[in-house]
Ligand binder design. Structure first.
Ligand SMILES: [Zn+2]
Length: 520
């Protein structure tokens, strides 16, 4: 038995904190309150908060957990469960491994895709012994890549039947719901009817529909309305992913209004938001699909050709919203170190070029490994964050992969990985005082756990699974910054995952207790 003694208990329900102990027997919580002295391993929680392990409802760690199962960036923030398969990205089902890579975050040839089904992936992941618990939605991007491929058109009747079959099979093997990423190339051809039809096939089992909506700048609120229509037609529970759009607080308010009205009309809908003020993508996202579809050598020819450039120029991409290239900032990269951490407008001015010509030239210099030329897109404001995170229907999520500052993921950047929960608590509780500690813990535990239908996690009560985080409410904060992101958060002292002591006095123990959770 383990007893966490003398802490302030925030049990996840949002109710008032109280002084007490938490006893753990095996992988379950045995008692919460005053625990008499016992023959047990004692963890001193004097002056610390004791809370349920945090739940990352919007994770992209599907694949990086295979690369480095320690999930160090997450454990150091008290995270004990990652919900993956979001935004239509994920690791199954796989028909063609080369194609499937296009909808997997952080893919590297070092860990080959040696599975095809949800069940195969879950087994492979459990074998990797993750430090955190993991459950997955079925990603629509992979359903489409496995049937329609990269063609930008609706699925035909046979393809839709095949997609439904793959979806049902994935759910039967233990996936928890269904997600779309309709803004991405592999799903852009999916019609509202196609998505509703798949969503209905999923919803019969009561699962969650999580959607990265079709448009996240102009037309963002209309896209939220589309997701409401889909969920209603399919009778599905709806989670609007990272709801705040990239085009300002008014569109954000309209989007929240649509969610509230749908909720008022009886739809079970909530939303989430990541914690960073920018998006992260590749500079090559500025290129139109007809260029991206070509082999690298042909892409070089096109980028060198002034006539081809004129054809590319009108393409509206995730980078071009508002035509304000000051919002696009180049990250550290091996090709153009002199331009790292500077915005495209400044770089273009220095080169005496139009911004798009500068972008095309920078891409020509990065043809060897275009995925290593990344940019951030400044798109959100703190005012938007305050409104979203204070909303009762909103929970935070990382929208990132788990990382570690040493090992195979040391040089990978994914903003939010090290900072999401710690930033959320520091900003919303201590700095802005918009949430009480109990409310913030609820948004980090019981509320997201309930979205995926878990009632034995996200709460501290006898009988619940022993996912527990012990943290210093006065110190819990992020350290990672925009250009030095890979630094552990501070303030989390102990983390237990299924009763396994994973972080002790702020240091990883090397013990891994994570389970791949299968629905049903
Ligand atoms: Zn997304």
């Amino acid at each position: 038995m383990i007893v966490i003694r003398g802490g302030t208990i925030l049990d996840g329900t949002g109710g008032a904190p109280f002084a007490g102990d938490v006893a753990i027997e095996g992988d379950r919580i045995a008692a919460v309150g005053a625990v008499p002295p016992a023959d047990a391993i004692e963890i001193d929680a004097t002056g610390l908060n004791v809370a349920p392990g945090f739940v990352d409802l919007h994770s992209h760690s599907d694949y990086t957990l295979l690369v480095d199962p320690r999930a160090a960036s997450a454990i150091h923030q008290g995270v004990t469960l990652e919900v993956v398969g979001n935004c239509g990205f994920g690791c199954f089902p796989v028909r063609d491994a080369e194609l499937a890579r296009k909808a997997i975050y952080g893919y590297s040839p070092d860990v080959p895709i040696d599975w095809t089904t949800a069940g195969g992936y879950f087994e492979r992941l459990q074998k990797a012994r993750p430090a955190v618990n993991v459950l997955s939605l079925v990603p629509n991007g992979q359903l489409r890549l496995a049937t329609v491929g990269l063609a930008e058109r609706p699925a035909d009747a046979d393809e839709l039947t095949a997609m439904k079959e793959l979806l049902r099979e994935s759910l039967a093997e233990g996936a928890w719901g269904y997600s779309t990423g309709l803004e991405y190339a592999q799903e852009a051809g999916a019609t509202e009817d196609e998505v509703a039809s798949l969503c209905a096939a999923m919803a019969a089992g009561g699962g969650l529909y999580a959607t990265h909506t079709r448009r996240r700048d102009e037309g963002a609120a209309d896209s939220v309305a589309e997701s409401v229509r889909v969920a209603r037609a399919a009778q599905a529970r709806l989670q609007v992913s990272h709801l705040v759009p990239r085009n300002g607080i008014e569109e954000s308010r309209r989007s929240m209004q649509i969610v509230e009205e749908a909720r008022g009309d009886g739809l079970d809908v909530e939303f989430d938001m990541h914690t960073r003020l920018y998006g992260l993508t590749h500079l090559y996202a500025a290129l139109p699909p007809w260029v991206l579809a070509e082999e690298p050598s042909t892409q070089v020819e096109l980028l060198r050709d002034s006539t081809a450039r004129e054809r590319m120029r009108p393409h509206r991409s995730i980078l071009s919203a508002g035509d304000d290239w000051r919002r696009i900032v180049l990250l550290d990269n091996p090709f153009w170190p002199e331009y790292a951490r500077r915005d495209v407008a400044a770089v273009a001015a220095e080169r005496g070029q139009d911004p798009l010509d500068a972008v095309y030239d920078l891409l020509l210099g990065a043809v060897e490994a275009p995925e290593r030329l990344m940019v951030i897109i400044h798109a959100y404001t703190e005012d938007e964050q305050r409104e979203a995170f204070a909303h009762r229907l909103c929970v935070p999520g990382s929208d990132a992969t788990t990382l570690a500052p040493d090992g195979p993921l040391a040089d990978t950047w994914f903003h939010g990985a090290y900072t999401w929960a710690s930033w959320f608590y520091r900003f919303m509780v201590r700095d802005e005082k918009l949430l009480t500690p109990a409310q913030a813990v609820h948004k980090l535990s019981a509320q997201p756990a309930a979205r995926v239908g878990l009632s034995d996690r996200g709460v501290l009560r006898p009988g619940a699974r022993a996912d527990v985080t012990v943290f210093d409410g006065a110190r819990f904060a992020e350290r990672g910054t925009t250009f030095e992101p890979n630094q552990f958060a501070i303030g989390v002292r102990h983390v237990l995952v299924n009763g396994v002591h994973t972080l002790r006095d702020g240091v990883l123990t090397g013990e891994h207790g994570g389970q791949v959770l299968r629905a049903g």
